[in-house]
Design a protein around this ligand. Structure first.
Ligand SMILES: CC(C)(COP(=O)(O)OP(=O)(O)OC[C@H]1O[C@@H](n2cnc3c(N)ncnc32)[C@H](O)[C@@H]1OP(=O)(O)O)[C@@H](O)C(=O)NCCC(=O)NCCS
Length: 219
């Protein structure tokens, strides 16, 4: 019989943070804080060129480097603009070595039974409540709350302290500025933009820019 004391071989995956700006550095902090068990070999950042390495002591590979990366590697998309999130996802999906695991900060709570698809990034102190549906590539910055039965569309990005009440439908590619609130039961159309501190009390159309409390359409 095998010796039970023999430790299982450590499974170390390479991981890279896509985007070396503020969101990327926040993600790097998060990965480092979650890596006490050395689950990851943190390779560094990948960036389109705005940032030359090293950042936080890590190298910054070019997008072409990641596109041609020869080994299996996990990627965490760490930019705030929904359109950029989707573009990065589509681009690196062309390399079969690149995968996009859902990453959740350990202080966040995701209700049992909620599925997190690929490329989801959930920062610290978030709550995703019962029977919420989270789309691919969604980004929840710190302290966001997603109410029960709400749906967040693909690649939407909710900044810190966004509060989405229950039974809300947030479309695809929506940007919610910090401290946005959406009242229960409403729908926010694809690619809408909710300015900082907006309180959404009516349904929002596709691509609308909303500001204020109660929020009015400004574009
Ligand atoms: C929409 C936004 C980009 C401001 O855009 P802007 O067009 O540059 O706005 P300005 O700063 O020129 O302000 C224009 C007017 O709107 C007002 N205003 C700007 N943002 C406002 C807001 N969120 N709520 C209410 N009024 C606002 C300004 O006071 C100003 O009013 P005035 O003309 O009477 O002086 C900003 O409100 C926003 O929501 N950004 C998202 C940022 C964010 O969440 N970042 C997350 C980082 S983690």
């Amino acid at each position: 019989m095998a010796d039970k004391k023999v430790a299982k071989a450590a499974k170390t995956a390479k991981i890279v943070v896509c985007g070396a700006g503020g969101a990327g550095r926040e993600t790097m902090d998060m990965l480092e804080s979650m890596n006490a068990d050395s689950r990851w070999d943190i390779v560094g950042f990948a960036d389109a060129g705005a940032f030359e390495g090293p950042v936080r002591g890590y190298p910054v590979m070019s997008e072409d480097d990641l596109l041609c990366y020869p080994d299996p590697i996990e990627a965490v998309i760490s930019v705030g603009l929904p359109a950029s999130r989707e573009k990065i996802f589509q681009k690196f999906s062309k390399n079969p070595n690149v995968s996009f695991p859902a990453i959740v900060h350990p202080t966040s709570i995701v209700a049992g039974g909620v599925c997190l698809p690929e490329a989801v990034l959930i920062g610290a102190f978030c709550t995703v409540s019962t029977d919420a549906i989270i789309g691919r590539g969604v980004f929840l910055n710190g302290h966001c709350i997603i109410g029960h039965d709400s749906k967040i569309g693909d690649f939407s990005a909710l900044m810190a302290f966004s509060f989405i009440a229950g039974n809300v439908i947030i479309g695809k590619g929506v940007s919610a500025g910090a401290s946005s609130t959406v009242v229960q039961g409403l729908a926010v159309g694809d690619e809408a933009f909710l300015c900082v501190g907006s309180v959404i009390v009516r349904d929002v159309g596709k691509g609308a820019k909303m500001m204020g409390n109660p929020a009015r359409m400004i574009g």
